[in-house]
Design a protein around this ligand. Structure first.
Ligand code: CTP
Ligand code: CA
Length: 224
């Protein structure tokens, strides 16, 4: 485990970050996934490490370099991500940025063939566990649990409802009706028990730095 020489606002704190999509196999050559570049989550992991946190980044399949000073655990499916998060506990805070696939298939061991009768094969889907909600209800719950909500419409209503439903402390709501996905900027709203704080459109590294700072302030106020 790394040591920060000279401290930093999050020195001595362990933060878990999930990022990227998950891939849920259908057969050996096909999968279901959400659209996610992983960039915002990786930026957040890097920004937390930059101010001294010990960061465990649980990453779905993405083509991104590991940020400096971050311990990275690569996973593919939602079930693997849930397991890796559990293994990473205890933590002082968790930031769940991953675009977790809501459903998984019962994968076929062999490649599904097109067949000749014209009917496409049915996909039987099973709901994945909610990693964020599970963590927020866990015995070893981190003191600060932050979720993300990517929404295309009624962003604040959905985000506020999601915060309550999942039992997390903060939701970072993200309007993805434009070209945020894979883009370099992000427009977010921070939903806390104190209400909604809307941030101006910022480059993803600046969203990350500001969020890391807010997390440091919140943890500084907690007795751990
Ligand atoms: N999340 C999670 N595990 C899941 C689904 C979501 O940890 N199986 C987390 C995401 O990482 C994010 C938050 O929950 O921090 C919100 O994800 P989102 O997909 O917006 O929430 P859902 O409850 O799946 O709602 P929706 O029907 O809008 O997809
Ligand atoms: Ca979802």
């Amino acid at each position: 485990r790394r040591r920060m020489v000279g401290g930093g606002a999050l020195s001595g704190k362990h933060v878990i970050v999930t990022a990227g999509p998950t891939h849920e196999p259908i057969d050996p050559v096909r999968y279901i996934a959400n659209r996610s570049s992983g960039r915002q989550g990786f930026e957040i992991a890097g920004a937390l490490a930059a101010i001294g946190a010990e960061v465990t980044l649980v990453a779905g399949p993405v083509a991104l370099p590991t940020p400096a000073g971050v311990r990275r655990v690569d996973v593919e499916t939602a079930l693997e991500m849930a397991e890796a998060v559990e293994q990473a506990l205890p933590a002082d805070a968790a930031v769940m940025v991953a675009a977790v696939a809501d459903w998984r298939a019962e994968p076929s061991a062999t490649k599904i063939k097109k067949g000749g009768d014209g009917a496409p094969p049915p996909l039987r889907l099973v709901e994945n566990p909610d990693i964020l909600a599970g963590l927020a209800a866990a015995k070893k719950r981190p003191g600060l649990v932050v979720g993300f909500a990517a929404e295309t419409n009624d962003v604040l209503d959905h985000a506020t409802a999601k915060r309550a439903r999942k039992g997390c402390d903060w939701i970072v709501a993200n309007d993805v009706s434009g070209d945020v996905m894979g883009g370099s900027d992000n427009t977010v709203h921070l939903v806390t028990d104190a209400g909604v704080e809307s941030w101006e459109r910022l480059p993803k590294p600046m969203v990350a730095a500001r969020l890391a700072q807010r997390i440091a302030e919140a943890l500084g106020g907690l007795k751990t």
